[in-house]
Design a protein around this ligand. Structure first.
Ligand code: FNR
Length: 359
């Protein structure tokens, strides 16, 4: 392979060569049998495209607005933890890459740079991902800091009452670095397994439930989106409790194994939501065609997790930026070759799923 990757998957190969095994496994891995991890990518490969011909595609417009914020493409950076394990400058560089590409960045609740450092580094539009700790005051303070530092939305992760069983982390005795973002020690008793999991078990509030959305909405003016919705039942409930958006996500297959690939859960949620709130999507996006397929199935935008981290690992800000640029370029080409000059031209009729028998 030449030095300059030509697609985002090649960044993963380079990252594997560059990172200590413990860190690579943390970034790349999924839970238990990693069935869902494989499916998140494989399910995209089973969806084919139905291009339309003889459409004027001399101008392609990928720009859109997400929650009212203009962005160059329906692609966002997903919140992923601890970027300094990938690159010494961490999330600050990821934010700069987002700003350079004019896309929105999701910042994890567990970053290795502080909220303030990320906010002051550049003018990227940023959303803040929230975990709710047993010590609620810690989570509430993070929300306040995010709001004070110009973050535009809260992405409440709802698929993690407990951390999934990530066996590579257990074997590697994954460390829990001190996260200077919060005033709380990440030190745990040495149980011999994943220290990160032990820290999460001690900290995350497994009693978080629907009634707590009202609490969250009472402490912030920012729109609240639920990250981790996989069923029509929960999509309907989410709208009932007044959230401003839904993210179809299975946490990059790091939580419950044997949930469906997110691309196979997307349409069910979209049909239940009926356009009442935006539906975002993440999990397994590795190609512009994947972005196109998610949009065709009703997502307003997609978020990209691991590929950005692997770009950051390999070539810092430039690598993270190239990952987003490659996905944008591939999406642009897919739109041209499918006869879709604008995002609103992309419809359900542009994809065929194996379960479809209507075409
Ligand atoms: C994540 N994800 C995640 N989600 C979240 O809500 N808070 C977090 O701190 C993290 N941390 C995290 C770390 C790593 C290393 C990964 C790979 C993922 C999940 C993330 O937001 C997103 O849902 C997935 O990464 C999307 O799947 P892909 O794009 O990685 O396939």
């Amino acid at each position: 392979m030449g030095d300059e990757p030509v697609n985002v998957k090649e960044y993963q190969i380079l990252a594997k060569q560059a990172l200590p095994k413990m860190y690579y496994d943390y970034f790349a891995g999924g839970s238990e049998d990693q069935h869902t991890l494989r499916e998140n990518v494989a399910a995209f490969q089973r969806i084919t495209l139905r291009p339309r011909i003889l459409v004027d595609v001399s101008k392609i417009d990928m720009s859109t607005t997400i929650l009212g914020y203009k962005t160059s493409a329906p692609i966002m950076i997903a919140p992923t933890g601890m970027h300094k394990l990938a690159h010494p400058e961490g999330e600050v560089l990821t934010a700069k890459a987002a700003a350079a590409c004019d896309v929105i960045m999701g910042l994890s609740f567990m970053p290795t740079c502080t909220i303030e450092e990320v906010a002051s580094s550049c003018n990227a539009i940023r959303f803040f991902q929230l975990y709710v700790f047993k010590r609620r005051e810690i989570s509430a303070l993070m929300v306040k800091r995010a709001e004070a530092n110009g973050f535009k939305a809260i992405l409440l992760t709802v698929d993690t009452p407990k951390v999934g069983r990530r066996e590579a982390d257990i074997k590697n005795k994954m460390i829990a670095p001190q996260l200077k973002n919060f005033d709380m020690s990440t030190e745990v008793d040495d149980s011999g397994g994943s220290k990160l999991e032990a820290f999460a078990a001690r900290s995350f509030d497994p009693s978080l439930s629907w009634k707590d959305i009202a609490w969250l909405k009472s402490i912030t003016k920012l729109p609240v989106l639920l990250k981790g919705v996989l069923t029509r039942e929960d999509a309907v409930k989410a709208i009932e409790v007044g959230v401003e958006g839904i993210i179809v996500s299975n946490h990059g297959a790091r939580q419950l194994d044997y949930v469906p690939a997110t691309i196979n859960a997307l349409e069910e949620v979209v049909l239940a939501v009926q356009g009442r709130v935006p539906v975002l999507f993440d999990g397994g996006i590795r190609r512009g065609t994947d972005v196109f397929k998610a949009l065709a199935l009703g997502a307003q935008a997609v978020m990209v997790g691991r590929p950005v981290v692997f770009g950051l690992t390999t070539k810092g800000e430039y690598g993270a930026r190239r990952v987003i640029e490659m996905l944008k370029d591939e999406l642009e080409l897919t739109m041209a070759l499918s006869g879709c000059p604008t995002l609103s031209d992309i419809t359900r009729n542009h994809v065929r799923m194996q379960s479809d028998n209507r075409h």
